[in-house]
Design a protein around this ligand. Structure first.
Ligand SMILES: [Zn+2]
Ligand SMILES: [Zn+2]
Length: 143
Protein backbone atom coordinates (compact mmCIF):
# COMPACT_ATOMS: atom_id res chain seq x y z
CA UNK A 1 0.00 0.00 0.00
CA UNK A 2 1.06 3.58 -0.27
CA UNK A 3 -0.19 6.80 1.29
CA UNK A 4 0.10 10.00 -0.71
CA UNK A 5 -0.45 13.67 -0.04
CA UNK A 6 0.63 17.19 -0.80
CA UNK A 7 0.27 20.86 -0.08
CA UNK A 8 -2.31 23.37 -1.27
CA UNK A 9 -0.30 24.53 -4.31
CA UNK A 10 1.05 21.09 -5.25
CA UNK A 11 4.74 22.02 -5.01
CA UNK A 12 5.34 19.60 -2.12
CA UNK A 13 4.27 15.97 -2.49
CA UNK A 14 4.97 12.85 -0.50
CA UNK A 15 4.57 9.10 -0.71
CA UNK A 16 4.58 6.79 2.31
CA UNK A 17 5.26 3.08 1.99
CA UNK A 18 4.13 1.80 5.40
CA UNK A 19 1.27 2.18 7.84
CA UNK A 20 1.32 4.86 10.54
CA UNK A 21 2.65 3.99 13.99
CA UNK A 22 -0.04 6.08 15.63
CA UNK A 23 -2.59 8.77 14.79
CA UNK A 24 -3.50 11.48 17.26
CA UNK A 25 -5.16 14.87 17.53
CA UNK A 26 -3.03 17.38 19.44
CA UNK A 27 -4.69 20.29 21.24
CA UNK A 28 -1.56 22.10 22.42
CA UNK A 29 -1.62 25.85 21.83
CA UNK A 30 1.06 25.63 19.14
CA UNK A 31 -1.06 23.18 17.16
CA UNK A 32 -4.14 25.39 17.50
CA UNK A 33 -2.14 28.19 15.88
CA UNK A 34 -1.05 26.04 12.95
CA UNK A 35 -4.39 24.23 12.55
CA UNK A 36 -6.58 27.35 12.28
CA UNK A 37 -7.97 27.02 15.81
CA UNK A 38 -8.61 23.31 15.97
CA UNK A 39 -6.42 20.53 17.22
CA UNK A 40 -3.93 19.27 14.66
CA UNK A 41 -4.56 15.79 13.25
CA UNK A 42 -1.22 13.98 13.04
CA UNK A 43 0.06 10.66 11.76
CA UNK A 44 3.37 9.32 13.07
CA UNK A 45 5.61 7.32 10.72
CA UNK A 46 9.11 5.94 10.68
CA UNK A 47 11.14 8.58 8.86
CA UNK A 48 12.59 6.15 6.33
CA UNK A 49 9.20 5.18 4.85
CA UNK A 50 8.33 8.77 3.84
CA UNK A 51 9.61 10.15 0.51
CA UNK A 52 9.20 13.90 0.09
CA UNK A 53 9.60 16.04 -3.04
CA UNK A 54 9.45 19.85 -3.26
CA UNK A 55 10.81 22.78 -1.30
CA UNK A 56 10.01 22.98 2.41
CA UNK A 57 10.62 25.80 4.86
CA UNK A 58 11.17 25.11 8.57
CA UNK A 59 10.20 26.86 11.79
CA UNK A 60 11.73 25.44 14.97
CA UNK A 61 10.28 26.00 18.43
CA UNK A 62 10.27 24.12 21.75
CA UNK A 63 6.97 22.28 22.28
CA UNK A 64 5.09 21.79 25.56
CA UNK A 65 6.85 18.41 25.76
CA UNK A 66 10.20 20.22 25.97
CA UNK A 67 11.43 18.90 22.61
CA UNK A 68 12.31 21.38 19.88
CA UNK A 69 9.92 20.66 17.00
CA UNK A 70 10.90 21.49 13.43
CA UNK A 71 7.61 22.39 11.74
CA UNK A 72 7.96 22.02 7.99
CA UNK A 73 5.68 23.76 5.55
CA UNK A 74 5.52 24.42 1.82
CA UNK A 75 7.91 27.24 0.96
CA UNK A 76 5.43 28.52 -1.63
CA UNK A 77 1.93 28.22 -0.14
CA UNK A 78 2.68 27.74 3.56
CA UNK A 79 0.68 24.54 4.08
CA UNK A 80 1.81 22.76 7.25
CA UNK A 81 3.13 19.36 6.20
CA UNK A 82 5.50 17.70 8.68
CA UNK A 83 6.92 17.80 12.18
CA UNK A 84 10.29 16.41 13.20
CA UNK A 85 12.41 16.56 16.33
CA UNK A 86 16.09 15.84 16.86
CA UNK A 87 15.01 14.05 20.05
CA UNK A 88 13.41 11.32 17.91
CA UNK A 89 15.16 11.51 14.53
CA UNK A 90 13.82 8.17 13.29
CA UNK A 91 10.25 9.48 13.21
CA UNK A 92 8.23 12.06 11.29
CA UNK A 93 4.79 13.52 11.91
CA UNK A 94 2.59 14.05 8.86
CA UNK A 95 -0.27 16.57 9.12
CA UNK A 96 -3.51 14.83 8.20
CA UNK A 97 -4.79 17.87 6.31
CA UNK A 98 -2.25 17.14 3.59
CA UNK A 99 -3.46 13.57 2.91
CA UNK A 100 -4.96 12.91 -0.51
CA UNK A 101 -7.39 10.55 1.24
CA UNK A 102 -8.14 11.98 4.70
CA UNK A 103 -10.42 9.03 5.52
CA UNK A 104 -7.38 6.94 6.43
CA UNK A 105 -6.95 9.10 9.55
CA UNK A 106 -8.36 7.21 12.53
CA UNK A 107 -7.37 8.98 15.75
CA UNK A 108 -6.49 6.81 18.74
CA UNK A 109 -6.03 9.71 21.17
CA UNK A 110 -6.69 13.37 21.82
CA UNK A 111 -3.58 14.78 23.50
CA UNK A 112 -2.86 18.00 25.41
CA UNK A 113 -6.61 18.38 25.99
CA UNK A 114 -5.80 20.57 29.00
CA UNK A 115 -5.17 23.43 26.56
CA UNK A 116 -8.11 22.73 24.21
CA UNK A 117 -10.63 25.57 23.76
CA UNK A 118 -13.97 25.15 25.53
CA UNK A 119 -15.76 24.69 22.18
CA UNK A 120 -13.50 21.85 21.04
CA UNK A 121 -15.37 18.90 19.52
CA UNK A 122 -13.84 15.54 20.48
CA UNK A 123 -15.25 12.07 19.95
CA UNK A 124 -16.34 10.37 23.18
CA UNK A 125 -14.91 7.12 21.83
CA UNK A 126 -11.36 8.49 21.45
CA UNK A 127 -9.30 8.54 24.68
CA UNK A 128 -8.27 11.94 26.01
CA UNK A 129 -4.94 12.77 27.62
CA UNK A 130 -4.51 16.06 29.44
CA UNK A 131 -0.86 16.18 28.46
CA UNK A 132 1.58 13.95 26.57
CA UNK A 133 0.46 10.29 26.57
CA UNK A 134 2.79 7.32 26.93
CA UNK A 135 4.94 6.66 23.82
CA UNK A 136 3.21 4.55 21.16
CA UNK A 137 4.15 0.98 20.51
CA UNK A 138 6.55 0.95 17.59
CA UNK A 139 4.38 -1.22 15.40
CA UNK A 140 1.80 -0.39 12.75
CA UNK A 141 -1.68 -0.03 14.20
CA UNK A 142 -3.35 -0.89 10.90
CA UNK A 143 -2.85 -4.14 9.10
ZN1 LIG B 1 2.49 24.47 -1.61
ZN1 LIG C 1 0.42 20.04 19.46
Amino acid sequence: MSITGGCLCGAVRYEISADPITMRVCWCKDCQRLAAGNGSANLLFKRDVVTITGALATFSKPADSGNVIDRKFCATCGTQMFGETAARPDFIVVRAGSLDDPSIFKPVANIWTSSAPNWACMSDTVPKFERQPPPPRHAPIRS
